[in-house]
Design a protein around this ligand. Structure first.
Ligand code: YSA
Length: 247
């Protein structure tokens, strides 16, 4: 195999895709087959798209300095009440940006880096990746969401994958669920999802009586860790070739 590779590249060692890139491409392929497009958005976000338009109240703990990397404002901008900027804390603001500029129906997935000011451990990093999904059409229900996510997990992990849906709360979905996958004898939270909250549709001037939708956001780092069988999401950011070259 090595000989074949070096023959193809004229003797030079051939590179390969990072495990996170491999997973993102696999997810694209799953959703491409389901008719989803790919959309992207900025990592430097404003408070409106990251929080307000997603129905996240001004006093929500997620806005706290402990969770969010706020960009320092000049005194003049603060005095003029200019909108504050953040490193986006999730990929959900891209839902808002997409709905502001497109007319439904649409289906998109949005990969990207997100940032949280939090302590790190084997399943948490301060900079990590999420994949967002948004499906807006007429008569969309939780059954569509559940079917779509089950398809994603089966395609990524095989038909025997063990996942569960738990009732949860997000300000931007109603009802909301969290999705867990079995890992080392316990359930690991993989993402959140739900039906798009009417207030989110109103924020982008879509009529919630006319349109419904589902949305979801999953941690790509956790998907990669479970898929490739390593044990710490932080490993993929070390640049350690002994780790990277295994995939
Ligand atoms: C929920 C509903 C929707 O309609 C759309 C999106 C969502 C998800 C929501 N925006 C969100 O960010 N939820 S979350 O805070 O629970 O994060 C989602 C997933 O990202 C987690 O389940 C986990 O898999 C991953 N994650 C969260 N913090 C992480 C992390 N992965 C690595 N390091 C961290 N610090």
């Amino acid at each position: 195999m090595q000989q074949e590779t070096t023959a193809k590249t004229g003797g030079a060692a051939q590179g390969h895709l990072h495990p996170l890139t491999q997973v993102i491409r696999e997810i694209y392929a799953v959703f491409h087959d389901l008719g989803f497009d790919v959309a992207l958005g900025p990592e430097l976000e404003d408070e409106f798209h990251n929080f307000d338009a997603l129905n996240i109240p001004k006093d929500h703990p997620a806005r706290d300095m402990q969770d969010t990397f706020w960009i320092k404002q000049s005194k003049e901008d603060a005095a003029a009440n200019k909108i504050r900027q953040v490193l986006r804390t999730h990929t959900s603001p891209v839902q808002v940006r997409y709905m502001e500029t497109h007319t439904p129906p649409f289906r998109i997935v949005v990969p990207g880096k997100v940032f949280r000011n939090e302590a790190t451990d084997a399943t948490h990093e301060a900079q990590f990746h999420q994949i967002e999904g948004l499906y807006v059409d007429k008569n969309v229900s939780m059954a569509h969401l559940k079917g779509t996510l089950e398809t994603m997990f089966k395609k990524l992990f095989g038909d025997d994958v063990a996942i569960r849906f738990r009732p949860s709360f997000f300000p931007f979905t109603e009802p909301s669920v969290e999705v867990d996958m079995q890992w080392k004898g316990r359930w690991l939270e993989m993402g959140g999802a739900g039906l798009v909250h009417p207030n989110v549709f109103k924020a982008v001037e879509l009529d919630p009586k006319e349109w419904q939708g589902f949305a979801f956001g999953f941690g790509i780092d956790r998907i990669a860790m479970l898929k490739f069988g390593y044990y710490d999401v932080r490993l993929s950011y070390t640049g350690d070739l002994r780790f990277i070259n295994q995939f």
